[in-house]
Write a protein that binds this ligand. Structure first.
Ligand SMILES: Nc1nc2c(ncn2[C@@H]2O[C@H](COP(=O)(O)OP(=O)(O)OP(=O)(O)O)[C@@H](O)[C@H]2O)c(=O)[nH]1
Length: 357
């Protein structure tokens, strides 16, 4: 690789290192302004700047004594400063052929003195300078030189802190989203995408707790696809899986946003309906029965495959004990199966909707 290519590669890496700090075009910040002010005081210079050398401009993060926040690169004194290690001092710009015809020297603001300390990334890339300038030729002594470089080091230390803070925030956000995803996965039934039994039990407990604190009662519905074993036996397990998924979809289509639907296990499902009476839950369950009767579950089997479901419904009120209610709703479902399937068994008197089957 030739020298020119090396220089191009180095400049690309330098710019990448600069971009990594996300500092360009950010607002002025007190932490940087304070350093510029201290540099100006220590070096007794009317102008002080923290600047970074971008691709085709020098950009000022903090500036005292000048009214611009960036200048083109070709008139930047700092772009020369970053080409050499350590402090770059120009006692009289009019006596230096690199700067004698610079418009910042020959015209407003007539800069005559320059001292710049390198802002270097930890991997050695020169990013910009902390510099002080004056309108007449002069120098700075050893102590001022030391202080200027020490302040430049503080600029870089602060930028490193900002970078690691940003990285930390990114990692925390990543961790939070992974945690969220894991919590979702742990709560979800893989086949149907519904809540799984454990997550549903959690929702049940919290709903019952709010009912005990005064919220209105809820209805609990247990649903079981009828004769599901036959579907598996006749069409195979994959078709059985599709039927379970499709059943979940049908259930989802008849419930409200606030209702909580879960796969309880196998071909059994649970539906928690907050602020709902047994009567209202019965109406929803009846809509599901009608839907199942009117639409084939799987259309591409030899015969369109219709399924029916049996359901049990009970209420959850402030006197309810969760384990008792789970047992009760299971028994109601069992009653529905006993009655010949494809029907709904509910506690208390049947609502005025004709037969519960
Ligand atoms: N394809 C498939 N089958 C499942 C899944 N989970 C449970 N099953 C099957 O569901 C069937 C349930 O059978 P049973 O408990 O006898 O109930 P059923 O045939 O629906 O009869 P009833 O409930 O009395 O109407 C069993 O054959 C299980 O293997 C699943 O995720 N996918």
């Amino acid at each position: 690789m030739n020298d020119k290519q090396n220089a191009i590669d180095h400049e690309a890496s330098r710019l990448a290192a600069l971009m990594d700090y996300h500092i360009l075009d950010t607002p002025q910040e007190p932490a940087f302004d304070d350093i510029v002010e201290v540099a100006s005081i220590i070096c007794q210079a009317p102008v002080a700047v923290i600047n970074f050398i971008d691709k085709d401009r020098q950009w000022f993060k903090s500036v005292k004594g000048l009214s611009v926040r960036e200048t083109p690169l070709d008139i930047s004194i700092c772009s020369h400063a970053i080409l050499q290690p350590g402090l770059f001092v120009v006692p009289d710009t009019t006596q230096d052929e690199r700067f004698a015809s610079n418009p910042l020297v020959t015209g407003d603001p007539f800069l005559r003195f320059y001292a710049g300390a390198l802002l270097k990334s930890p991997d050695g890339y020169p990013l910009g300078t902390l510099c002080v300038l004056d309108y007449h030729p002069r120098d700075i002594d050893q102590q001022q030189r030391f202080a200027l470089q020490a302040l430049a080091n503080q600029v870089m230390a602060h930028m490193e802190l900002m970078r690691s803070h940003r990285e930390q925030k990114r990692l925390i956000a990543e961790l939070e989203s992974a945690r969220h995803e894991m919590a979702n996965l742990a709560a979800t039934d893989v086949l149907t995408g519904l809540l799984n039994r454990r997550a549903f039990e959690r929702r049940l407990r919290s709903t019952l707790a709010s009912i005990k604190r005064g919220a209105s009662p809820a209805a609990l519905v247990m649903l079981d696809i009828d004769n599901f074993k036959q579907i598996n036996d006749m069409y195979g397990h994959p078709v059985g899986d599709s039927a379970i998924k499709c059943f979940a979809e049908r259930c989802r289509s008849i419930v409200r946003q606030a209702d909580v639907l879960a796969r309880w296990g196998g071909e059994e499902f649970m539906l928690l309906m907050p602020h709902t009476t047994v009567d209202e839950a019965y109406q929803a369950a009846s809509r599901l029965r009608q839907l199942l009767a009117s639409q084939a579950m799987i259309a591409d089997t030899t015969e369109p495959l219709y399924v029916t479901a049996s359901m049990g419904i009970c209420s959850l009120d402030e006197a309810s004990n969760l384990q008792d209610r789970l047992r009760d709703v299971d028994q109601l479902l069992y009653q529905a199966k006993e009655r010949g399937r494809d029907c709904i068994a509910l506690e208390g008197p049947s609502p005025d909707l004709g037969s519960s089957a």
